[in-house]
Structure formats: structure tokens, C-alpha cells
Design a protein around this ligand. Sequence first.
Ligand code: SF4
Length: 982
Amino acid sequence: MPPHPRLLQADYAHDPLALLANRILEDADGQLPVLGQVLVLVPDLDAGPRLRRLLLERATEAGHAALLGPRVTRLSDWLAGFAIPDRRILDQAERELMLVEALRRHHTLFGKANLWALAESLLKLFDDMTRRRVGVSMDLQTFTDRLVQAYGSDDAFPSALGMEARLVHTLWHAWHEQLAAGGCLDRATADLLRLGASQASTDTGPVYLAGFPVLEVPEVEWLSGLAACRPVTVVVHGRGHAPAPRHPDATPSALLQNLGGNPDQALRCNSAYTRFLDTVFAGYSDGARDLAERAEAFLTTQAVSPANGRLVVYQADNAEQEARSVELQIRRWLLEGKQSLAVVTENRRLARRVRALLERAGIQIQDRGGWALSTTSAAALVERWLECMEEDFPYLALLDLLKSPFLVPEQRRESHLATVYRLERDVILHENVGRGLAAYQRRLEYRRHRLPGAAGAALQPVAELLEHLRQAAEPLQRFIGTENPPAEVLEALLHSLERLGASAALAEDAAGARVLQTLASLQRAAEEQETVLHWTELRSWMGTSLENTHFRPPVSGSPVVLTDLAQSVLGHYEALVLAGAERDHLPGNGGQSPFFNDAVRRDLGLPEGDAQCRERFYHFRRLLEAAPRVLVTCRREQDGEPVATSPWVESLQAFHQLAYGEGLDDHDLAWLVRSPEAEVVNRSAPLPTTESAPRPRAEAALLPRTLSASGYQQLMDCPYQFFAARLLHLAPPDAIREALEKSDYGERVHRCLEAFHKGVEGMPGPFGSPVTRANRDRAIAELEKIAEAAFADDLEDNFLHRGWLERWRRVIPAYIDWQLRRDAQWRVHSAEVSARREAADGPIIQGRLDRIDAAEGRIAVTDYKTGRVPSDADVLAGEAVQLPCYALLAEAETGMATEQVEYLELGKEKVKSRAVLEGDRLHTLKSAIDVRLSELFERLQSGAEVPAWGDEKTCGYCPMDGLCRRQAWHSEPQQETDSRHH
Ligand code: SF4
């Protein structure tokens, strides 16, 4: 009979590491403090420091102040030290690529299935088969016969089974032929070879294994071989007898059975709490009594709930509330002085949110689970860059990319972000460009061309940034959407990241370095394969690799550990949160192989489909006793969809409800989560003060000498806006604004009308005679010809302008009809006139008048409006000052009296006179606004306040709202009606 390892078994309530520490010291009695020959093999190094602490505590009690050894290491690290035949071991990336190549050669076997997904499932199957030494006979018929038998099918050769058998058989052999041809080994084979090689090791004394809930047959055989030459001890955590395969004890029970049966030492626990949990989960036994019966029976033995003070459940309304509850409970426990806390969850999204909340509260944590590399900001940079390549720089991906912290060094970051801001505002928003690097560059040039002098030159950094992107993209561009050797494409990607300026920052960042390593390992893998991949296949491969590579941020010495179920296997804590207890995670539905049903898998010796579920149930049960205080959290809803609670949590709740008339809900925590007082605040930060509307004082030296009608209007609408824009120069000067406005629809319409009535150099027109019924059609045709010329612009992407041209064309007939009526009384005197009016005691008013008509020594002023028109009421009340101002300017320009001013609304297919001022009303208004402007300037010159008092309409369009902090005011501003209305 082969030698068996010695087995130590402890119920869930016991700490397996404490049991192990005691046993190591007992075994070494007489040799202490020297434990140098002792080897402890664990699945994860996180257990090492606690085991050493426990050993030292026990050794100190025995009179040894220090210990030499033992060696605590991961099983995989220890095995890696043993030599195996000199063959290259494939990494995951190379395995995937090699298998995809094999799949392509046998594409008739699987139709249109996704190659990468199929390769992933097949590799997992092949690993399972290799680790369990499941052979596939060379003869397909023999293999198929075995499957037919295992499926228990009466049909001699069912077609689906035939396909499955053929697929696995063919690819298994193709895969192994390819490995042999390349002189390679896959990792599972290498692990088996190393297990064998390690048995001959002579430099190891006693070996202890802990934290392995599952050991396969080859590993059990390896332990037997190891035990032949030295003492080998295995710690099994959990019960040795399971009443049914779906029971949480099934996992440790199977382990004990595989290892040879009865434990040499067993620590039992018969506490009321353990019995409570056992009774709840007895429902997962065959032939168990129903829940109500069990609850009733339990109550007769235990009048007070043993869960009181030990186990609570919190059901959150949503994900954020759940994360907050975890953060809050951890803070409460820390305030109680607890030193060893754990948050255990399979939900990495929740884990990241909890981590962020705890860090916001100033609590650093040991994040043992880490996260998929694909979710790091370093991987996001690469993803955004690839999106930019594939979709020609869509603006959202582009801005994300440019705002990435990896793009420029810290010292240049501020000026870089200012350049990105200009790109966003000036090109993407104002020029309305959504994608296309060439389009961004073209529109930027167009904008610079329109802007005067320094303002245009200020856009030079944006031009340089776009050119930098173009040059960085060059190495990669030709590969997009085509088939190429993947090594070449990956080299080009790394080269383009270098040119982009991101490589150095990525290399200095822990996650960034992992991303670069992953890309480099894909490149190495690709160099070994003579294959070509289409761009989309390569993207899938890169995406899967970044998704499957885990990144663990540096671990601090915090008392709080964030971990997943498997990594918590040797943990024992003062308090614990089991978070994310929803059906999707506990048990979850992952890990199911698409190949073979359970009967076949059992026959072949492969893990059954629900193996992952069973192992999770074991961890769940174990964790309920891994701390004297346990909180289980879950949520009711996610993104508006209801979320099912884990059936294991429902069993606990229902049992407790039936036995003790209440669930396990934590009402205190529920109350705290809803209390704003429990939110983390930065108490050192000053409290926000309640604010009033600002009322700075004007300085005479800052007052402009000239003022446009729109400046006057701004002063009326909100003096603070006027102050910020025109005294502090925080808005573009009129010259720049006007230059830019030339690009819009309205300005082009103005140019058409100027060309029609007075002529513009280089354009058709002028029409040259009054419009009559007889020449109406000719006038329309002439204006249409002018419109064609005005809207054609070779600097533009013409899509937008074609739309504008169509819009204007529909207005032209109505305009000509209006002009026909107008010509009955007036003749066009001048168009697009720049006028000034000097005043003895006020600023110079200036403006550009769209059109002045004249008749019999009098004039009429028309202002064309293609957009919003001030209301008649505002104009009549003197609130809208533009028309009276224009009347004053026109008089100054022509020396004639203004008889009428009006807006001409050039709306959709209609043309209409609006806010017509004439006669006495015009005369009164223009005098009043003239006097008021003088008085206002006089007051400003003597340092009057310039309060912020914009109304809803004004504030809605105001670029200064961030400056006046409108949102933070605690009361509405008081408008000083006496200064507004003279
Ligand atoms: S947001 Fe309103 S109140 Fe503030 S400056 Fe602008 S217009 Fe004035």
C-alpha cells in the first residue's frame, strides 16, 4: 500500500493556519528554534506572514524568542525550481495563437464559431485532460465508442456526439503534434513533469500543505511519492463527510477521500452557531426535512438565536448603497479597534468601488484580488488609441486619449490640457467636427485663417498636437482592417505608443508596465508562429489577453484585506464582510465547459460542470465561521433590473425567520447607510460658504473707450458679465467674435443680401434695379446665383453648407416679395456699413449696420435676423437697445434723420418685419438710451458697483457663469431697476 500523507482536519470554526502552526512546532519539538528543513506549501503567499506570526507566538510561549525557518512558498514556485526536459514552455498567449492556427486548419469541424472563444474553452478542456491524465486514443472510433458509452446513448452514433468527438479528437491530436513539432510543452504537462521530478528531491525535510480545497489524482499520487521519503502533512479545512454532492461539505469530504480517508487529527466544533449553520444547510442533503420542520426543531434546542451578534445580512437597494454599507461597516469595526478585517467578494466591480470609498475615508487596504488589466487606466489608453486608429479619431475617444495621465509628463500636463481644451472648444465644439484627423486639421486651419493675428497664432499648439497624433499613428495605420503577421502589427503598435509619448509613463506605472509586458509577450508569441491574423482577430486576442491578465496593486500593511473567495482560503479574521452575495456570484454561472455532459466528464475523470459552484458553496460555508462577526451584503437591483439574492443567503434568512420570527437584517447599518451624517467628509477643508451675487466695483482705467451695441446690451443685461468680459477681457474681443461669426449661416445670408443690393467683389450681383412684379423671377434667380457662390467654400466640409444653402433657398422667394413691397417706399442706400458715433460725455458707440434705406432725405435702418429676435416688448421698454443704437449710428453715418428701424426676421420660409420703431416712439427711445449710456459710464468711472443680476435667459447663454458662481448663490439677485430704466 503506497504511503499516505498525514491528514489534519479542522472544522470551519477553527483557524487552519493555527492548527498548522501548532503541528509544525509539535513535530519539530527538540529541534527548535531551527525549522530550516521544514517546507510549507500554500496556494498564495499572503498566508506566509500570518503563519510566521502564529509560529513565533507559539514558539515564544515555549521559550524560543526567534525561529530559523520554515520556508513558506507557493506550490507553483517550489515546483518551478525542478528541472524538466529542455523544452520551451508555452505561455498562455502562444498557446492561444497556436491553437487558433490549428482551428483554422480544421475549420470544417466547427462552422462559424468564434475562434478565440473556442480556443479558450478547448485549452481549458485540454488542461483538465492533461492534469488528470485523460488520454485520447489515436483511433477516432475508439474514442467515440467510449463517449457513446458514457453518454449512455441508445443511438449507435448520434450526429451531435459524432461532431463533438471528432472535434475534440482531431484538435487534441493536432495540438499535440504541433507541440511536438515546435519542441514545446504546455504548462499543464510541464507541471506534471515537475511533480514527478520533485519527488526525488533530497534537500527537503518535512513538507506541509495547506489551503488546497481540491487536489487532483496526479497531485495525490505525487504526495504519496513525496511521503515515501519524508513526512508529509496536509491540512484539510472542513467536514470529512458530506450528506450529498451538492452540500457545502462535499469539497473537503472529496479531498479527504482522495487523500486516503481518515484524518490523523481532527478538531471538531459543536458550538450553537456551528449547529445553526449545519441545520440551515442540511437542506442540501438528500432526504432532508423541510426548512420549517428543521427551524422548529432547532428552536426547541436553542431558544436564543446563536446568530445574534455573529451574523447579519444587509440588503441594499442598489450597487452604490451596497458599497457604502461595506465601507461604513469597515469603519465601524476599525473604530471598535479591530485589527484584522476582510472584505470577501467575487464581484470585482463592487470591490473596486469599496476600495475607492475606503481610500476616500483615508483607509488603505490590501487588495489581494486586484483586477483585470483591461480595466486599468493604462489599458484604457491603449484601447482609446486603437479606437482612434480604427474609427479615425472619434472625438470622445480622442479626448479620453489626450486627457490620459500617461500622455505627457507632469510638468507639461497643465499646458497640454490647455491645448486639449482649445481643441475641444475651438475645433470639436465650435467648428462642429466629430471625427477625422484630417478634418480636425482642416477646420483648425480654416479657423486660424479667419482669426486675426495673435488669436490665430494662439492655435499653433493645437495644430502641433494634431500633427503629433498624425505622426504617431503612421506606423500602425496601414494595418487597420487588413490581414498581417501579428508580430509586425504588435511591433507597430508599440512603436506608435512610443511616438505618441506614452511608453515612458506606462513603463513607470505598475499597471502600465504590465500592459507593455503583455503586449510584448503577445509579440514574442506571435514571432514563434508563422500565421497571419485579420485586424479584428488580433484585437480579440489582445482584448482577451488584457482581460485574462490580473493586476494586483502593491499591497500595504493595512488591517483591511480585500480578497476573493479562493484567496481567502487560509484567512481568519476579527470581522468579515461577505459582499456581493447575489445569485450571479454565489454560486454564479461561470466555469461551465461547453464540452461533454456530466456523465461523460465523470467517466473521463474530468471535473463536472458544477465543480465551481460546489467549491464556492464550500467557501461560503467556511467564511461564515472565519470570523466572530460576519456581515453578508447583497443588492436588490442593478441598472434598473432586479437582482436575485444568493440561494444560500435566502436559506439563512428564511430559516432564521421561521425559527426566531425575524430575519438576519442589520437595521442599525441600514439606518446608518441612509444617514448623511455617516458620509465621509474632509473635516480639515473649509465649509462651503453661502454666497451672494458678486458686486465688484468698476475701475475707471479699465473702462473701454468704444462700445458696440452688443456691449451696451451686455451692460444692461448683467453688469457683472460686462465687467468680466470687457473690463477683465475674459471674453474674446469683438474683432475675434466677428471674425468667427463670418463662418455661420447668418453671416453668409448677410453677404448674399449685400451682394444682391450693393455688390460684393468676386460674387454675382448686384441686381441693380428695384424689384417689381415683372422682374420678380429674375430677382429670385439672381439671389439664388449669389447664394451658390456665398455658400461654396473650398475650405469646408460641404455637408453642413449644403444644408445651409437649401435652408436659405427656401427663404429667397419670401425675401424678394418683402423687397418688392419695400421698394414701393424706400431705396437701398448702403449695406454692411461700419459706423461710429462720438459723444462728448460717453463712450464712442460703434457698430455694423446691415442696411440703410433712404427716401426723400430720411432713412430707415433694417437689421437682418436669422436667429433669435428680441421681443417687441423688450424693444419698446428700452430693455433691448440695439435698434435705437443703430438709429443713432445711422444718423451719424448719413447725416439724415432716422424715420424707422426694424428687425427683418429671415425665418424658415418666411420673412417678417419685427419690433418696428418709428415716429415719436423712436425719437424718445433713442434719446433715452443715449442719455442713459452717458450716465452709466459716468457712474462706472466713479467706481460704481457692477452687480451680477442676469435673468434666466441671460444666464442661460452666459460664458461667465462659472466666474460669478451663479449656482452657489443663496438668494436671487436684486435688480436695480433705477439703473436699468432711466
Ligand atoms: S451667469 Fe448670469 S449673473 Fe452670472 S455673470 Fe452671467 S449673466 Fe451675470
